[in-house]
Design a protein around this ligand. Sequence first.
Ligand code: PEP
Ligand code: MG
Length: 755
Amino acid sequence: MAPAADSPPPRRRKKPKFGDTRQLFVRLRESLASGAASLPDIAHIVARELPADASVIYVARPGELLELAATYGLNVSAVGRTRLRVGEGIIGVVAASGDPLNLADAQNHPRYAYKAELGEEGFAATLAMPVKRAGRILGVIAVMSRQVRVFAPVEVESVATVAMLLAEILAGVGATDLPEEGFSDTLPRRYAGHVLATGIVRGQILGFGAAPPIARLMTDDPEAETKRLERAIEDANRSLDGLITGTLPGGNAPREVLEAYRMVAQSAGWLTQVRAAINDGLTAETAVDKVSRNLRERMRKIADPYLRERLADIEDMIGRLMVALGGMPPKPERADGLILLVRRLGPADLLDWHARGIAGVAIEEASASGHAAILARALGLPALAVDRGAVEAAHAGDEALLDAEGGTLILRPEPEIIQVYDRALAARSVRAATLATYRDRPAVTQDGTRLTLMLNVGLAMELDQLERTGADGIGLYRTEIAALAAGGIPDVAGQAAEYGRVLDRAGAKRVQFRTLDLGADKLLPGEAGQGEENPAMGWRSLRIGLDRPAILRRQLRALLLAAQGRPLSIMFPMVATVEEFRAARDLLEHEAARIRPAPECLEAGTMLEIPSLLFQLPGLLAEADFISVGTNDLMQFLFAADRGTPELADRYDTLSAPVLEMLERLSAECDAAGVPLSICGEAAGRPLDALAFAAIGVRTLSMSGNAILPVKAILAAADLNTLRPILRELRRAGAAGGSLREPLTAWAREHGLPV
Ligand code: PEP
Ligand code: MG
């Protein structure tokens, strides 16, 4: 559609009441239906029906320019002549930021740019709205009023909808002269990110997600459109049911995650908004698109990770609806080896893509505790939460390196970088094959010391790692993870069923269940936390359990029921005093007395995460059946260093004299008291740390599944008798508290150990 400055204005109608969205849409629909909807028509209709004194439509041109394509109320002779750079003037600022501006008096705004040819004198209020599609700015539409006033929310909403329709029109006819991907380049780009699930992948970017222009934007038969919507909802639900019951690809889905997702995706009020938009005259797909745009805007402003995840779930459902409505192409059958790069990703979509063969995923808006991240880890799919901007900069088919270890996504990498990664990947696959040979071998050092290596897991679906790694058991079953994934704590029967599945899968292998460790950064949906200044040191974990014993008692009952007479080991997190441990154990014994059959053997242990316990060891060792050191929390409390602060991540080290001193003494005292000790923090899964822990006397380590074989490999190659004097010397030299990692790594390399 060429921006014709002189096309005839639409017929004049009765002036609608202020902000009557319906009238505006009726006029637009008539104009679109007649096939003659030109940009001047749209400018005219918007100004007249909103009503406003003037309107302008700018479209993007190559070279980061915006050109006036139509106006109503300003000088038509400026059309095609007035050009603004992105960032210049109010229009340019809106194009640059992608956010609307609603200004009572635009000409007094510091970024206002005067263009003599426009004839803007006398106008005050300006509402400028970006015309966006698939993350690209295609133009800007603005309405103006002579009065100094702020445009009302209903007017903002109307102009936002017109901007959306305009985006579809511009994309449909290529009216911006821009290629579909907008302002793009072919240079390499790097995006930092945090690792959600480890792994390195080289592959092409999967080009999926940008929907084609919507063919029919408006309707005069809302009833028929509502019926289409309801049918599409049924289709989308069916595809989801298929995923849950396993008839579709991705069918081994962890049911609890998908059920939770379905509840959110279907219950939210967003479907009501879609129905209302259809009643306003939009087609079903336009209405769904409109609501999803609003949702995206809201999501950009939400900090709470759980709420964002819930919204991502809804977006996932929206994608399914769009496919069902024909507004989006169905996913390709296969996506083997491709890297999926998306803004957000719901759990069902992740499973779908995994079943189609993607090799890795980069998500702009993801949190490590979100559904997608939990699933990615469970599926062993490398995943990165990547900085914003990557989606915008990528094109389908771009070569990319997803380094979900170093935490980078490189788009269009330089050939030299590709070579470096290729070499590393080749070495890695040789190493993976070598590591696999350790699976069925016990963890024994050169000098014959046998270690017990156990798994840290949080979802029943991770249990196949027991076989895949040959682990000796489960040293830490984080019971709160399933509750977080499901969006709530299941009832006693639900919990018992989950724990029973874990025990069934573990068979004769030991399982140490940790009671709910909620609070701080692990909040259930809808829980805002306590508003504490230091939630990690706040009312969390066992502290909640002891103050609200009903929850803890229900969980203990579920564990006892699940055991059905089998041996049961339970440990309590965030214990600070022997009294707290005793109180928790008393609750366990109270519940145990009521449940038959009683476990063949019932053990109550404690996590050691709070330094105060180190100074109550005689009392603790007299009462606890076992101790498991949570180095993640212990390190943060020992060094007063928040475990979530990236700037502090490398500042204090487990491989340092004070930490090794503390662990060595602890290990010796536990041995003397005959109380089994294990370490289950992240450090236990780092090969060099694991080796040092073995050298100072620790015999049981618990770690994530992918750490077991590398730890076994380093243990198998090391002689603890050779290491001990070296370590002693390094500790003496590093008594000031600094890290011993570098010299120890150098020693390990010299001795051919796989670090
Ligand atoms: C720890 O604190 O080391 C631990 C294992 O518990 P979490 O990481 O779940 O807090
Ligand atoms: Mg902890």
